[in-house]
Design a protein around this ligand. Structure first.
Ligand SMILES: Cc1cc2nc3c(=O)[nH]c(=O)nc-3n(C[C@H](O)[C@H](O)[C@H](O)COP(=O)(O)OP(=O)(O)OC[C@H]3O[C@@H](n4cnc5c(N)ncnc54)[C@H](O)[C@@H]3O)c2cc1C
Ligand SMILES: O=P(O)(O)OC[C@H](O)CO
Length: 609
């Protein structure tokens, strides 16, 4: 399958001429996952994305596939139940992407601790039980204070009580999006980036029947006709609904900004993903995660009102995260000058989502007393000391705290909501990357029901829990062995072992297609052979239209390989200019765009450089 600028032109032609079953607005993980299920189920499917695929929130996450252990404190059990169970499903359909990587959660005796050692153990047991991890090699366990310090000698020992260790997964968020998009395209979906919805179309009955879009590469606008329009624009969800003149939906989104900073691993050595309270009694927890030869940490969680396409890292974000991390790792002494790269993203939170209802509830966070009472009651129930009624009574007696959630974004549920407006526009917003498939399934069930009832068109949905994304056709139980075998195919084609393994890890079952490019692609001067192949694969099979697309979202060069980035900018731009036959002006514009992105990621302005 070719997924290049040539395919883009074919898809645009089809979008102008066909009436789609479903038009999806937004090419982040929610839209991509929905498009995969729609196209795989043979619906006439189109998706338009105004930026690059995943350029919104879905490339700016903490890059975990996780259940959100801390959400249990808000008693968001349904969100945790859905997400923690989905981890294994996502790993099963995209085995080359999420990787099991147990999280260590140190507990300190300080005001506002999310967990005590006791409640942490019960929460981890609940977490494992919800995900059927109990009794497996990844079952949770606790560590004494000394055992924690043995693993993490840089960690602050004062007040440390011990730690819990429980299963979660690290993820490549942007790659998960593009592999969903590629699979949808392979199955006949028309997936078009740099195409912005600028209007919603209605029929004579004031029902939504498509959208007007602008091709941001050519400036052309055209109409796309569709039986159903699905709004999966995350933080922009209200913007789309407000664009719809027939929609009377009240705004529901409460986007909050989250920032991550990256330092060299030598600066901050953690053996595995580490997750702890900020120590500021603010209801926040922060991750510190090893990735390639770096360590990244985050996040903040602050209400945001700026340009959704361009959330920036501000001084107060840096100050906050440095204070938290230097407090937990006193010997690290990290300063802004140690920061090599960074990113900021917007959570698509739903403001009414205060608590446990997975699809948009409205309870508030519960008091510590209620939380501890429920935890101890569950513990007694598990020991057989009390019956189910007692547990149910404890749940019924939950007292919610004087609602802090107006002030505290971290107390807002990470659940999602699916809304259908009067004119038929469907919006699915909120949620997380981890439960994207379930969110998409919820949307697709609604879509096929409407197609059947209103258009007499019947479709059977595929089982998306077993339908691999592009690159996911490898045995999920033997990822390492299969990746090793794939890499050997690269070695046989002349790649070094390390380059072949790098490409096999990145592309999964698509790696042989990348290796096959060796028959037609010469090593580009200034690039490794692996990067030469990767760049051509990104342009021919992953719709990488700009240097930023390749260096930030198709690979980790910008964020986690900053040391070598400067040396490859020139040859990457030159090869893309040649491949796309850019004018000098276009080449200058893309160069400027990349320089700006790098300067922002480096925090050049904040460093006073
Ligand atoms: C700091 C942070 C950390 C997080 N960490 C994690 C994590 O580790 N694990 C996890 O599971 N979740 C995490 N999340 C949550 C997760 O990232 C989001 O829930 C998810 O990415 C939202 O995806 P989406 O597709 O709904 O939105 P987006 O990814 O934002 O996609 C919406 C898309 O719509 C496009 N769009 C908007 N308007 C238009 C228009 N008019 N026309 C065409 N296209 C348009 C935008 O360009 C954008 O690409 C985190 C979020 C943040 C902010
Ligand atoms: O939404 P939060 O506060 O759990 O933060 C997101 C994490 O960084 C990873 O999901």
């Amino acid at each position: 399958m070719v997924f290049s600028i040539k395919r883009r032109q074919q898809d645009i032609k089809a979008l102008k001429e066909e009436t789609l079953d479903v038009l999806i607005i937004g090419g982040g993980i929610t839209g991509a996952g929905t498009a995969l299920q729609a196209a795989a189920s043979s619906l006439k499917t189109g998706l338009v994305e105004m930026q690059d695929f995943a350029e919104g929130t879905s490339s700016r996450s903490t890059k975990l596939v996780h259940g959100g252990l801390r959400y249990l404190k808000n008693f968001d059990v349904e969100v945790v139940a859905d997400t923690v169970q989905e981890r294994a499903v996502v790993q099963g359909i995209a085995p080359h992407i999420p990787k099991a990587d147990p999280m260590i959660l140190p507990v300190y005796d300080e005001p506002g601790s999310t967990f005590s050692m006791f409640s942490l153990k019960v929460a981890m047991d609940l977490y494992d039980r919800l995900a059927n991890v109990t009794g497996t090699k990844y079952e949770n366990y606790t560590l004494s204070k000394d055992e924690v310090l043995e693993r993490e000698p840089q960690l602050k020992s004062e007040g440390l009580q011990g730690a819990g260790v429980y299963l979660d997964y690290r993820n490549n968020d942007a790659r998960l999006v593009i592999e969903n998009i590629k699979r949808a395209a392979e199955d006949g979906g028309h997936m078009v980036s740099r195409t912005k919805v600028v209007g919603i179309l209605h029929d004579e009955n004031d029902k939504v029947c498509g959208a007007t879009v602008e091709d941001l590469l050519t400036g052309e606008t055209y109409d796309i006709k569709a039986r159903i329009v699905l709004n999966t624009t995350g933080p922009w969800s209200d913007t789309i609904r407000q664009m719809d003149a027939k929609s009377d939906a009240a705004p529901q989104m409460r986007p909050t900004k989250g920032v991550h900073l990256v330092v060299d691993r030598e600066k901050l050595q953690v053996p595995q993903p580490t997750y702890f309270d900020t120590g500021k009694n603010d209801g926040r927890m922060v991750f510190v995660i090893p990735r390639e030869e770096k360590t990244y940490f985050g996040t903040t969680d602050t209400d945001y009102k700026g340009d959704f396409s361009h959330p920036k890292v501000e001084q107060e974000d840096v100050d906050y995260l440095l204070e938290v991390v230097n407090n937990r790792y006193p010997s690290a002494g990290i300063t802004i000058n140690d920061i090599e790269s960074s990113w900021a993203g917007l959570r698509p939170l739903i403001s009414t989502n205060g608590g446990s209802d997975y699809n948009g509830g409205n309870s508030q966070p519960i008091t510590d007393e209620s939380f501890d009472n429920v935890i101890s009651t569950i513990e007694k129930y598990q020991q057989g000391e009390v019956d189910r009624i007692t547990v149910e009574d404890a749940l019924k007696d939950i007292q919610t705290s004087n609602s802090e959630s107006e002030a505290n974004p971290s107390a807002i549920s990470r659940g999602s909501a699916l809304d259908i407006d009067e004119d038929g526009l469907i919006t699915i917003a909120g949620g997380k990357i981890t439960d994207y498939r379930k969110m998409a399934l919820g949307a697709m069930r609604t879509v096929v029901e409407i197609l059947k009832n209103d258009f007499n068109k019947t479709y059977e949905l595929i089982d998306s829990s077993k339908y691999p994304v592009s690159g996911g056709d490898i045995n999920a139980q033997e990822v390492e062995e299969e990746t090793e075998k794939l890499s050997q195919m690269g070695v046989e084609k002349g790649l070094s072992q390390s380059e072949a393994l790098y490409l096999a890890n990145l592309y999964g079952s698509n790696a042989p297609k990348v290796f096959a490019l060796l028959d037609e692609v010469e090593q580009i001067e200034g690039l490794t052979l692996a990067d030469s192949l990767s760049l051509h694969y990104a342009m021919e099979e992953e719709m990488a239209l700009t240097p930023n697309d390749f260096l930030i979202r198709r690979t980790n060069h910008m964020l986690f390989m900053r040391d070598t980035l400067d040396g490859i900018i020139e040859p990457v731009i030159a090869e893309m200019a040649r491949y796309y036959d850019w004018t000098d002006e276009a080449k200058a514009n893309y160069t400027k765009q990349l320089e700006t992105a790098i300067a922002e990621s480096d925090l050049k302005e904040l460093k006073g450089e």
